[in-house]
Design a protein around this ligand. Structure first.
Ligand code: GAP
Length: 487
């Protein structure tokens, strides 16, 4: 994993990672996949709050691509595609990572990551180069297994990241005739539906097609929690352009995407651009957005912006025999559009937001952990409590408030335990506001000279702010207006 700088030392980072993993499990965000069977490496399930948070991140991305723009169309293509499509894209032949295995404990490691940890750039380098560099480390007795420390490490070999499945009878052996692949990236479906999009929606260049969906890679080292998993979700957008506009549109997308992170509350000092020097043979430019992960000890990739040229449409045209060129009515030219791609992992963004939001402070002399999630991403926007669960009038009024607010916001009703515990629980899931119905709400004001205008109480509730712990009293009938201003 390449690091630009480290914001915490490695034990600090691994502690933070442990704290995030523990909170995710304890509070119903992310669970290890198949845990009751001992787990399944690199596979995670999202619980109630995690699934809502993930959807909120997705919605923010989708809104910025679809609702806020007029030039992008949404697609939801199938995971399975014709197997020849992955031959055309080069994935069947070339989508692999260099694998090394410890001969003692059989721990599998990414050889390029080992070299990078010694400052040797190995991104997309041929296997011969990687083995020569590993030999040098071997001679210097620096090559060691990351698991058991043993130095007997086998030579590197190519390991395909494509996950195979098969169509047809489940009893048939997996053979080349019925093999299908679980897509390793979502953009493949976009290229295959480029023609139908043109024919049905008639967009003019430049235009984009965006989609969110599952992708699968047989990662060698699926570690670092949800940073690198074997099943994950991507949010990708392919922008079809005339070749002459590549620089302008590439720069535009860099700007648009960086703004998305800032608009979603990530501070500028936690983000940086990383320029790829070694490019895929079809690419003319590739930058990554890197975020400074506290839980990983430094900057790492969250998103790639790639200028892909006309590689994808040309290859699919060649392999399918279908003309995928575009006729530009203004210039009267026919050409194959070039593509600028934005590609981001939804689960990786989830980890980024968790890492950014995880905060420890002292409130009222008590240590607390809270998630300072941007309000619009928080899974629960408002929690509503009756002060005491055994006072029917309080419970009834709190339910009324809850029913009022849940029409517009994702709310939660909680009457379990004392108020302090309920605040802590909501802090840990990042709920921006807690509303409490107490005796002032339902009973006459204490001072007889104060006229509430109501016989049952002053109809106010306390609204507590997650970040400051400050509380204010708001009239129930003004709550909707109040929260409209907050969200
Ligand atoms: N279509 C281009 C493409 O897929 P990529 O750099 O391989 O490019 C793009 O992937 C993004 O997808 C990455 O920046 C990362 O956020 C996410 N991603 C890739 N592999 C992943 C994995 N194994 N687990 C989680 N996210 C992953």
């Amino acid at each position: 994993m390449s690091k630009l700088k480290s914001s915490e030392n490695s034990s600090g980072a691994s502690n933070r990672m442990e704290e995030i993993i523990s909170l995710c499990k304890r509070r119903g965000f992310v669970y290890p996949g198949s845990e009751i069977y001992g787990g399944l490496g690199g596979v995670y399930d999202y619980g109630h709050y995690g699934a809502i948070l993930k959807n909120n991140i997705r919605d923010s991305w989708q809104k910025s691509m679809i609702q806020d723009r007029e030039d992008i169309y949404l697609l939801d293509s199938a995971i399975f595609m014709h197997p020849t499509a992955w031959v055309a894209s080069g994935h069947v032949g070339n989508f692999d990572d260099p694998l090394v295995e410890c001969k003692k404990c059989h721990n599998r490691m990414r050889a390029d990551h080992i070299l990078e940890s010694f400052g040797i750039s190995a991104d997309k380098m041929p296997i011969d180069f990687i083995n020569k560099e590993l030999d040098k480390l071997r001679e210097e007795k620096k090559l060691k297994c990351s698991n058991c420390g043993e130095s007997d490490i086998a030579e590197a070999k190519k390991f395909s990241l494509m996950i195979k499945s098969n169509f047809g009878s489940p009893t048939e052996a997996l053979c080349e005739e019925n093999v299908v692949y679980l897509r390793p990236e979502t953009c493949g479906g976009i290229y295959l539906q480029y023609k139908n999009t043109i024919d049905s929606l008639h967009p003019k260049l430049p235009f984009g097609i965006a989609q969110v969906g599952k992708a699968f890679r047989n990662e060698i080292a699926a570690r670092q929690f949800i940073f690198r998993t074997r099943e994950f979700e991507q949010m990708e957008m392919q922008y079809f352009i005339n070749k002459k506009d590549t620089k302008e549109k590439y720069d535009m997308w860099k700007e648009v995407r960086m703004k998305w992170y800032l608009d979603n509350g990530i501070s500028a000092d936690k983000l940086t651009w990383y320029k790829h020097e070694k490019l895929a043979h079809y690419a003319s430019e590739a930058y990554d957005v890197k975020y400074d992960f506290n839980c990983l000890g430094g900057f790492d990739e969250v998103e790639g912006i790639h200028a892909r040229g006309d590689w994808d449409l040309s290859q699919h045209s060649k392999f399918s025999g279908v003309d995928l060129s575009y006729y530009d009515e203004e210039s009267k030219e026919r050409f194959t559009p070039h593509i600028v791609e934005t590609s981001v992992g939804l689960n990786r963004l989830f980890l980024m937001f968790m890492d950014f939001a995880y905060t420890e402070d002292n409130l009222g002399g008590e240590k607390r952990v809270f998630l300072k999630l941007p309000k619009k991403l928080a899974p629960i926007k408002i929690a509503v409590f009756p002060l005491l669960r055994n006072k029917p009038l309080l419970v009834e009024k709190a339910k009324e408030v809850y029913d009022l607010l849940r029409k517009d916001y994702m709310c939660e009703f909680d009457d379990n335990g004392n108020i302090g515990k309920r605040y802590r629980r909501q802090d840990e899931i990042g709920t921006p506001y807690c509303v409490t119905v107490d005796f002032e709400t339902i009973e006459k004001p204490a001072r007889p000279d104060e006229d509430s205008g109501r016989s049952g109480g002053d109809n106010t509730v306390t609204v507590r702010d997650r970040d400051t712990g400050n509380q204010e009293r708001i009239k129930i009938e003004e709550l909707s207006e109040y929260f409209k201003k907050q969200f």
